[in-house]
Design a protein around this ligand. Structure first.
Ligand code: SAM
Length: 415
């Protein structure tokens, strides 16, 4: 039947288009696994936060504290201007989010699979807390000496099209791991070693691990070597990231100097920026950041976070804690003015598109590369880049001070 076709497509692709709304449910593990050849992302690692009772307990406590605090406030304070603006923004998107969530609730065949995700995780081999801190490693004086060793699989050379193998003389190669573009140009997963940790690099990926101070090294020598698709998830300052000390944050003015304009391809680029729900930040992006980058705002996508039973992670109308995050999309226009031609070949970016998924680790965003591909102007191979990345995506360059973070081998299983 029609519905089970949809479900089998979901089991294959990790994407389920929900009826009657602009929304898709995605299972990040299935989506990510489409890129790997010899390894699989371990669901118990990806979903460790949602399914680990210790963490869930913590979150429950956090929100009950919040509720207690709220109850103490006797009279609700009138909203100030900024809060009113935030509330208005929320009220505008609320109907879309509700509709998307209702469609998920109606998709019973999907929910049945999703609620079993936990049961299907299998024995958890994953243990928290043992990861190597790449950020700290990059700060020590020996950092320029550290090398990563890529172990190329003997079969990596066998190309289906019978073309010339790209690597034919050795199986192991070492590269400086910091301030250097490290490339897996093969069409196979590659295992890599750095000190005592192992990492899995998916096919056709690169990373450049450095501090923001070195980001100018990404600016291509020729502007027709730039990028058509740029995803940015900056370490915005906010209470939660600082308190939890997951990563260091930066004041907004640092992002004004990100060389977005300089890394764009001459044909133009689609820029996707994750933002937090702070109204002050939204104003900054619209009035200062996008203009400074030469980005023209086009649309907003929303990531609605749900639990394994399909319910929202928190009440939709909590003022200081929303169950969704926003992805602002904008375009940098190409140098050649053939906008007519472009608009006729490219689908128009839809507004208010909604992605539903169960969150992974703290601040880890769902894999949206595939959803954005079709909207990027003149996208070609190797022209996608993620800034402040913590993982690698097939066909993409990942830049940040810990782009290998989620590539650690303990997050994977061998197939
Ligand atoms: N999109 C990522 C994901 O889904 O996992 C999360 C990115 S997180 C919001 C921001 C990242 O920026 C963190 O990995 C943090 O270590 C990194 N970062 C913070 N300060 C930095 C700096 N000065 N230079 C480079 N990266 C930095």
């Amino acid at each position: 039947s029609k519905t089970s076709d949809k479900l089998s497509e979901f089991l294959e692709s990790g994407v389920y288009r929900l009826e009657d709304s602009n929304a898709s449910f995605i299972d990040p593990v299935r989506v990510l696994n489409r890129s790997y050849t010899r390894f699989r992302v371990s669901p118990s690692a990806y979903y460790s936060r949602s399914f680990d009772s210790k963490h869930t307990g913590q979150e429950a406590r956090d929100s009950s504290n919040f509720r207690k605090r709220k109850r103490k406030e006797k009279k609700p304070q009138p909203l100030n201007d900024r809060e009113r603006a935030a509330d208005q923004r929320h009220q505008e998107v609320r109907p879309f989010l509700l509709k998307a969530h209702e469609s998920l609730v109606r998709a019973t065949e999907l929910l049945e699979v999703v609620s079993n995700l936990k049961g299907n995780l299998g024995p958890s081999t994953w243990s928290p807390g043992a990861e190597q801190s790449l950020v700290e490693l990059g700060r020590v004086w020996q950092a320029p000496l550290y090398e990563i060793t890529l172990n190329f699989h003997p079969n990596d050379n066998a190309r289906e099209d019978g073309g010339a193998p790209t690597i034919h003389y050795c199986e192991q190669r070492a590269f400086p791991v910091f301030n250097n573009l490290v490339v897996n140009e093969t069409s196979e997963d590659v295992e890599a070693e750095l000190l005592n940790s192992r990492y899995i690099l998916p096919p056709e990926t690169s990373f450049y691990m450095s501090d923001l101070g070195q980001i100018h090294n990404l600016i291509p020598a020729e502007s027709d070597c730039g990028f058509n698709l740029i995803v940015i998830d900056p370490p915005w300052e906010n209470g939660s990231a600082r308190q939890k000390q997951r990563y260091s944050t930066l004041p907004n003015r640092y992002f004004l100097s990100l060389p977005v304009k300089q890394i764009c391809h001459t044909d133009g680029a689609l820029v996707a920026l994750w933002v937090t729900n702070r109204e002050k930040l939204r104003g900054f992006v619209e009035k200062e950041l996008f203009p400074a980058w030469g980005v023209k705002y086009v649309a907003t996508f929303f990531w609605l976070k749900v639990k394994a039973d399909g319910s929202l992670i928190c009440d939709l109308d909590l003022f200081h804690h929303r169950p969704y995050e926003c992805l602002l999309l904008g375009l940098v226009h190409g140098k050649v003015t053939d906008s007519k031609q472009l608009s006729s070949t490219k689908p128009k970016l839809p507004d208010n598109q909604i992605i539903l998924s169960i969150p992974g680790d703290y601040s880890r965003k769902p894999p949206i590369a595939g959803l954005l591909h079709e909207y990027a102007p003149r996208l070609q191979r190797g022209r996608c880049i993620e800034l402040f990345a913590r993982e690698m995506t097939a066909g993409w360059i990942s830049w940040g001070n810990e782009p290998l973070h989620f590539q650690e081998s303990r997050n994977f299983m061998k197939t």
